[in-house]
Design a protein around this ligand. Structure first.
Ligand SMILES: *Cc1c(COP(=O)(O)O)cnc(C)c1O
Length: 382
């Protein structure tokens, strides 16, 4: 008997839901010839800002460029230090190095997987002790869970730092009364296909609160242009989003809210079915996660066996992140906050992400949970 493999993220069911309208929109861009900064780009930016109630949104080529454009806006450079969590995707720290500054790695809170404010405070002291000037904090809404903005915002302000939200995984989530994207001093997100809101290639966006910052970002996005791209008033980059991707995103944004709701149902079912088998992710009061990942914790010694058993049953898993950024070869020379990163190190041995998307039905969740249960019981007996 052959087993039906389960996709980790199901983009095909979503494509079928969007149907011919999305394919027509793509074809219409192809026929229009307006491939760069066509009308769909401006329309998407307007709708994107409205979605999260941010004053301004600007699209760009990918999430990494989004982060870098904001660092360029803030003129981050040599001698500066930026506080970043180590338990994240490498891009969060990479852009700091690209800007010429030093990332200072700090720990996360094991309950939310997000930046730990006490460790961030120690990271600021560590940077100063090294003779660096701490200028900002990049907080990551990891796996879709919003960071604790009410703690981090005053913490940043007290130290005269900006708070940047890296919401590549958390865009669309809610913190108290605000939507991720509009929170923090500014935000950067990604539309990589596997993100909660993804396109059919690379894409990203930045969110800012004032028109002056927006104008600078629009210049940075096109080689630091002044009156046109042959008038260069600052050093910028080529960071534009393709019109084709904006056309795709307009259709995906229209159903995003319903998908976020569907993800809550999936997460609730997982939590019920996995209770007692693994440590399931908790959502802080007043928060809505986008569930970019559904990440459980299992005892470090059992993880490999569980992954193997699930794989044998056609169930894919992923480990985000088995090696935190500070432990990566390219980042080993950069400082970590005083006190070290004990939560990050423990989590990297215990986390396990299960299939998660808006179209995961109850029968499939049950099949995953049943197999997971069998694997855990077998691992406990071993
Ligand atoms: C995906 C991701 C990025 C980078 O986005 P790209 O569009 O792939 O460049 C940055 N930060 C986090 C936390 C991410 O998950």
């Amino acid at each position: 008997m052959s087993i039906q493999p389960i996709p980790f993220i199901d983009l095909q069911t979503q494509r079928l839901r969007l149907g011919a309208a999305l394919e027509d929109a793509v074809l219409s861009v192809v026929r229009s010839g307006r491939y760069i900064l066509g009308p769909e780009v401006a329309e998407f930016e307007k709708k994107l800002a409205a979605f999260c109630k941010a004053p301004f949104a600007m699209s760009c080529a990918n999430g990494t460029d989004a982060l870098l454009l904001l660092l360029m806006l803030k003129k981050v450079g040599p001698g500066d230090a930026v506080i970043v969590p180590s338990f994240t995707f490498a891009a969060t720290a990479e852009v700091v190095v690209l800007a010429g500054a030093v990332p200072v790695f700090v720990d996360v809170d094991p309950a939310s997987f997000c930046i730990d404010s006490a460790s961030a405070e120690r990271g600021i002291a560590t940077a100063k002790a090294m003779g660096l000037r701490p200028v900002g904090i990049i907080a990551v809404d990891l796996f879709g869970h919003p960071v604790d903005y009410d703690i981090l915002k005053p913490l940043a302000a007290d130290h005269d730092l900006w708070l940047m939200s890296d919401c590549a995984q958390g865009f669309g989530g809610t913190y108290r009364n605000g939507r991720v994207g509009a929170l923090g001093d500014f935000a950067a997100t990604s539309f990589f296909p596997a993100k909660p809101l993804g396109c059919y290639g690379d894409g990203g966006a930045v969110f800012v609160h004032d028109a002056e910052s927006l104008a600078i970002l629009e210049s940075l996005r096109v080689h630091g242009q002044g009156v046109d791209k042959y008038d260069n008033v600052r050093i910028g980059m080529n960071g534009r989003m393709d019109t084709l991707q904006a056309a795709v995103l307009l259709h995906k944004l229209a159903i995003f809210e319903s998908e976020i709701n569907a993800r809550q149902t999936v997460a609730r079912r997982y939590a019920e079915r996995l209770a007692g088998l693994a440590e399931t992710p908790q959502v802080a009061p007043g928060c809505v996660s986008t569930w970019a990942q559904y990440t459980v914790r299992v005892p470090a010694g059992m993880r490999e066996a569980i992954v193997g058993e699930l794989k044998g049953a056609g169930i894919p898993t992923a480990i985000y992140y088995s090696r935190p950024v500070h432990a990566q070869t390219a980042y080993s020379q950069y400082p970590v906050a005083a006190g070290g990163l004990p939560a990050t190190e423990k989590l990297s041995g215990e986390v396990l992400s299960l299939p998660m998307h808006a179209y995961l039905d109850e029968a499939t969740i049950d099949r995953i949970a049943d197999t997971f249960g069998r694997a855990v019981r077998r691992a406990r007996e071993a």
